[in-house]
Design a protein around this ligand. Sequence first.
Ligand code: FE2
Ligand code: FE2
Length: 163
Amino acid sequence: MVYFDNRFMEIARPIIEHDEYQQMRHLKHHDKSVYEHSLMVAYHAYKMAYKNDLDWVSTIRGALLHDFFLYKFKKCFSLRIISDSIQHAIVHPIIAFDNAKQFFDLNEKEENIIKGHMFPFGLPKSKEAWIVSYVDKYLATYEYAQNLKIRSKKKSQVAYNVE
Ligand SMILES: [Fe+2]
Ligand SMILES: [Fe+2]
């Protein structure tokens, strides 16, 4: 359980309590929802930005909205998985930004945090955008590994029950 401090919540609350944003609670992302993933990315990126005396407000806002794409990306194991994944990596930051600007006023830095977070498919143009891109990759890898662990544990339990 991560405790989100007041400084973080003051900036994050207007976004995370928005009805559209709440839709992300229903979108799965590895072992979490896109909502939980985005909050964790925003919180850890904020901690790094604050520590380094950077623009932590834009870091929180951009990071919260970096995956605001509101559709389920279905991975099916076929020959198209690589091209579909690359296409998703390129397109979802643009969709996230298009959605975000409908509901929130974003500055240039926040726009680039969203559009550039999938480096090398996008280009972060500020230290804050690099932090978000790095934290996103780090947490996504961790969440993916956790998901694999849970799945393999479930499989071995099923196998044990069958015997
Ligand atoms: Fe993303
Ligand atoms: Fe992400």
